[in-house]
Unconditional design. Structure first.
Length: 579
């Protein structure tokens, strides 16, 4: 796969005045436009988003959601939400509910068109019986290992099963008895009779049904045979009147089977499958099986861990649905697999939050500052702008007092060159407040700095000096007497390499980033955040964008860092490449 920051066919990288980009006319939209112009399907456009309820959706699914619901909305068409629930061993109601929540949160609505493949189990069975009756399917009694051996290889044709020429009546009887539960799991399967010499392995008499005694989350124990995905999916599309079945590239080799099934069993306009490149992001993984492994082995806190690429994880981290939709537009729809830089996703998040997130002051690693010439017991309120990108956001009052907290990193006792923040004898500005000058450094017995004693200039209220003198740094701060204590979780890349699945000879778990989560206790934030609800997003000035975590409540305040103010990883990578 090629690595790129943007796929071909993407929307414009930046709309006017920072507005989200708009979809370009990619090859799928071009093909749909041609179908409509030619009157195919009577001009209808009907798509579907077909998740398997065997895990939580991730950012790759978001691209498919935006594409399927997007092209339907753009053409006045319809999009169904359909759960392909054909494997009860791996499916769960929890996943169904999470998928519904994620699709709604992204801003899409399926109306009354939520379906399940299990809705069609009876009809799918009847269609299979029709294939048997017409000699296009047979019951095979080979074991799973024998079926694999008979299938051949990419360079050698397969061999016909000794059961391939069973009489139709015998096949019908065996298939009915499979449904009735007369046979144990694995004793028989139903296979399509196509071509064991086909160069496409998917056409070498693929399995359509298998015996599997497992409780289904919707049909209970009514069935002991279940259709394979490659059988149920195209026929469900045809049953629902889908016109354009948009799939990722791994299904390209399955398209001949898709077409064979709908052509054998349906007349008139049939759905067409169109493949597009899946979304691949660096420094993460997109395999639901491996994501489940991370959860089950407790490498992460759950499916909604903010380090996960799941939609629920991104939501908990503070990403907005608008930013994810914008990102999906920016990466576009391509025919060729490639890898998108995580920095592009973070760019979309910053662009969106920059417009909407209120600014607040929070100190992650507090250093106590005492203004020795500020009156003891005095408290005043200073006016602070809520969001310079949104004039309508107005201002707020923030308390100021004699004892403050600033960031430890904003002070150096022996400052290096080009360090313009606070140092002994140096003057700096406190955001929207006063100029202060460091007069004394207080240390504990171990030599650690525990307090700064400074003076303030009362003539500089509001942050400007009437005599015109200037300072080179402006610091954020909070009043110690009024601040709220918070826990802050700083998240980083989940993996240390760009392609954790592509490292030959290594398991992807070997590249988990041990520094992907840093938890800071004793952080101090301005008092207006005391009652901020879970999901509240804001910018901690100079530090990044943060979101209140659901763990907050009962007097506990927890923030997740959504994204930093700039992409430090991209700058580090660029520096490394230039060496």
């Amino acid at each position: 796969m090629n690595r790129t920051d943007q796929e071909p066919g993407a929307g414009s990288p930046a709309g006017p005045a920072g507005e989200p980009s708009s979809p370009g006319l990619d090859f799928i939209r071009t093909r749909i436009a041609e179908d409509r112009a030619n009157g195919r399907y009577g001009g209808r456009v009907h798509t579907r988003f077909p998740p398997e309820p065997n895990g939580y959706l991730h950012i790759g699914h978001a691209k498919s959601i935006c594409l399927n619901f997007g092209v339907a909305a753009e053409t006045g068409g319809l999009c169904n939400l359909r759960f392909d629930d054909t494997n009860p061993v791996k499916e769960d109601v929890e996943y169904v509910e999470a998928i519904e929540e994620d699709v709604r949160w992204l801003g899409f609505d399926w109306g009354d068109r939520m379906f399940y493949a299990s809705d069609y189990f009876e009809r799918l069975y009847a269609l299979a019986v029709e294939l048997v009756r017409t000699g296009k399917a047979y019951v095979d009694s080979l074991s799973a290992d024998e079926i694999r051996a008979y299938r051949g290889t990419l360079t050698e044709p397969g061999r016909n099963s000794p059961y391939r020429d069973r009489p139709v009546e015998e096949n019908l009887d065996l298939f009915a008895r499979m449904r009735a539960g007369e046979f144990p799991d694995g004793q028989h399967v139903l296979r399509a009779k196509i071509d064991m010499a086909s160069p496409n392995m998917n056409m070498r008499d693929p399995t359509l049904y298998r015996i599997r005694r497992a409780h289904h989350h919707r049909t209970g124990d009514a069935w002991c045979i279940y259709p394979m995905y490659d059988y149920a999916h195209p026929l469900s599309d045809a049953i629902e009147g889908i016109t354009h079945s948009l799939c990722t590239l791994e299904f390209e080799d399955h398209r001949p089977l898709y077409d064979w099934l709908v052509n054998e069993l349906f007349a008139g306009d049939r759905p067409q499958q169109i493949e597009f490149a899946r979304l691949n992001l660096n420094y993460t993984i997109m395999s639901k099986r491996k994501l489940l492994q991370l959860v089950q082995q407790r490498h992460v806190a759950g499916w909604d861990d903010p380090r996960m690429p799941t939609i629920s994880g991104l939501r908990r981290r503070g990403y907005t649905p608008e930013s994810i939709r914008d990102f999906c537009t920016r990466v576009g729809v391509a025919k060729k697999e490639n890898v998108i830089d995580m920095a592009l996703l973070e760019y979309s998040v910053r662009e969106d939050l920059n417009r909407r997130a209120p600014r607040v002051m929070g100190v992650l690693r507090p250093l106590r500052v005492v203004l020795t010439n500020y009156p003891e017991g005095q408290v005043e309120e200073v006016d602070v702008i809520n969001n310079p990108e949104d004039p309508a956001a107005g201002t707020r009052k923030v308390p100021f007092s004699r004892v403050l907290y600033i960031e430890q990193d904003d002070f150096r006792e022996d400052p290096p060159k080009k360090f313009f923040r606070l140092a002994p004898g140096r003057e700096v500005r406190l955001r929207c407040a006063y100029f202060i000058t460091c007069q004394e450094v207080v240390k504990d017995g171990a030599g650690n700095i525990v307090e700064l004693r400074c003076t303030y200039d009362p003539a500089t209220r509001g942050g400007d000096a009437p005599d015109g003198r200037r300072v080179k740094a402006t610091l954020h701060w909070v009043s110690a007497a009024h601040a709220c204590e918070a826990e802050v979780r700083l998240y980083d890349r989940l993996f240390t390499v760009e392609d954790p699945e592509g490292q030959e000879g290594h398991d992807f778990l070997a590249f988990l980033n041990p520094g992907s989560l840093e938890t800071l206790a004793g952080c101090q934030v301005e008092p207006g955040l005391a009652d901020a609800p879970p999901g509240y997003r804001c910018q901690f000035e100079r530090l990044g964008y943060f979101c209140v975590d659901p763990d907050s409540g009962g007097g506990r305040l927890v923030f997740n860092r959504t994204v930093s103010l700039r992409d430090t990883w991209a700058r580090i990578e660029e520096k490394e490449r230039s060496r």
